[in-house]
Design a protein around this ligand. Structure first.
Ligand code: ADP
Ligand code: ZN
Length: 437
């Protein structure tokens, strides 16, 4: 695929100085628009801000948090006449009560266009047959890519998630070349294919997968690529900004370009709120630059990442986000040691005998935290052969202890024996507070 092919060449290659100029202009329009809501009117009023003279002043703007959105549910952040709202979406409520996001016609059009930009950037073309396995409905994943894919001109199959046998049937009937799928579901699908004796290489025509909506390690991506015989591109987004389409991987697959003509990006220290330089890990903070119905200033995503410092080989000037490490509230504290679930995943998925799923359980025993990890192993590794299983279990335990400095108990289970969630994967079960209930 030609590397010098762009959906919107001029904007994707816009020199940084011009991009910054455009950002400042759009930021000031956004501030003006946002000031119509009581929330921003008060917050901006307190700081005496009506517009900014330079992007260096962005840190003077107030942060917006998920709690602010909840506190002003449902219409507190709406900036347009309700008659202008075309659609509402709601976040999946992974971490609490849902919040609602509104879109005008222009918001939907802009979103579809940046989504098409993302898909085109990864190498998708109008000749592709696209099977969208993400949830349609309030969740933004399904409709977000659907509109982008149609804008690009792909034959779009709005199948939604689940019913794996039907998914496979459609793939074979219509020669699907591209799929949009949760990483955890992609792995389950791969399991079913192998159970049914279907070879992705010989019997299917898949060439690319767009994976996102949940944290996943590089190792999981590689596993998906190998098992399904395709290239998997990381897709990042959140309902509050629009949904998917915020940041996406190009064909270089080395970080996700975030569309800086649409979003102003900052990385902050989650504790102090200080802005951090590129290359340093912290919490991603985003400001919408074109949204009409519900502009948000300095929205704290709680997602941990950093901005890549090297330019991308594709030539796009929009900077790249590194793989998301998790949310600030995903961090587990086990006997005083901070651990992110993705660190455990990385270790597990590097071990060839490990299968595609795992669960992390934390209990309290004699006032101490106890970490217990259940690990699916590959079908060809037998849990019935005591020596082989014991050896593998010790090996997993040692590799985990080396990485996370906590010694976990490890239990091996057969391939695809762990329960998989219907939507975003749920792999962490913290039982520590249950005893107090
Ligand atoms: P909820 O916050 O209820 O899960 P959303 O559907 O809006 O609702 O999910 C957005 C969140 O999903 C992001 O803030 C991030 O935590 C996670 N996410 C989305 N895409 C990715 C990705 N590619 N990698 C890791 N996490 C992701
Ligand atoms: Zn690139």
């Amino acid at each position: 695929m030609a590397h010098d092919s762009y959906w919107e060449k001029e904007i994707e290659l816009l020199p940084r100085t011009e991009l910054n100029k455009l950002q400042l202009e759009r930021l000031n329009t956004t501030i003006e628009r946002a000031a119509h809501t009581p929330f921003y009117k008060t917050r901006l009023g307190k700081r005496n801000i009506t517009s900014l003279k330079s992007l260096r002043q962005v840190h003077e703007l107030p942060f917006t948090t998920k709690q602010d959105l909840r506190d002003h549910f449902p219409f507190g952040f709406l900036c347009v006449n309700p008659k202008q709202i075309l659609r509402l979406h709601s976040s999946s409520g992974t971490t609490g009560n849902p919040t609602v996001v509104f879109h005008t016609r222009q918001d939907i059009d802009t979103w579809s266009n940046i989504m098409a930009r993302c898909l085109y950037m990864s190498g998708a073309r109008a000749t592709d047959v696209f099977q969208n396995m993400m949830g349609y409905g309030l969740f933004t994943g399904g409709l977000g890519l659907h509109y982008g894919a149609e804008k690009l001109g792909m034959l779009t199959i709005p199948i939604g998630p689940g019913n794996s046998k039907r998914q496979i049937w459609f793939m074979r009937q219509f020669k699907t070349t591209a799929i949009h799928v949760l990483p955890s579901y992609a792995l389950r699908l791969a399991g079913l294919l192998s159970e049914m004796g279907i070879s992705p290489q010989k019997d299917l025509t898949l060439r690319m997968a767009f994976i996102g909506a949940e944290p996943h390690s590089r190792e999981i991506r590689l596993k998906i690529e190998e098992l399904l015989q395709l290239k998997a591109y990381n897709s990042y987004g959140l309902s509050e900004m629009c949904g998917p389409g915020v940041a996406f991987e190009c064909q270089a697959q080395s970080g996700m370009h975030i569309w800086e003509d649409q979003f102003f990006v900052e990385i902050i220290d989650p504790d102090s709120g200080e802005v951090m330089p590129d290359g340093e890990q912290g919490e991603l903070v985003l400001t919408t630059l074109t949204r009409e119905a519900m502009p948000l200033l300095r929205y704290r995503t709680r997602d941990l990442t950093c901005i890549e410092t090297t330019p991308c080989s594709c030539g796009r000037t929009h900077r790249r986000l590194a793989r998301i490490k998790g949310r600030t509230d995903d961090m587990l504290i086990i006997n005083g040691v901070n651990i992110f679930p993705i660190q455990i995943e990385q270790v597990l998925m590097r071990i060839p005998e490990v299968g595609t799923n795992y669960e992390i359980h934390i209990d309290k025993e004699n006032y101490m935290d106890k970490l217990h990890i259940w690990v699916e192993i590959e079908r060809q590794v037998s849990t019935g052969a005591p020596h082989q299983a014991e050896f593998l279990q010790k090996k997993i335990q040692a590799e985990l202890a080396g990485e996370i400095t906590v010694n976990p108990e490890v239990t091996l289970v057969g391939a695809y024996n762990l329960q998989a969630a219907d939507g975003k994967a749920v792999r962490v079960f913290d039982h520590r507070n249950e005893e107090n209930k």
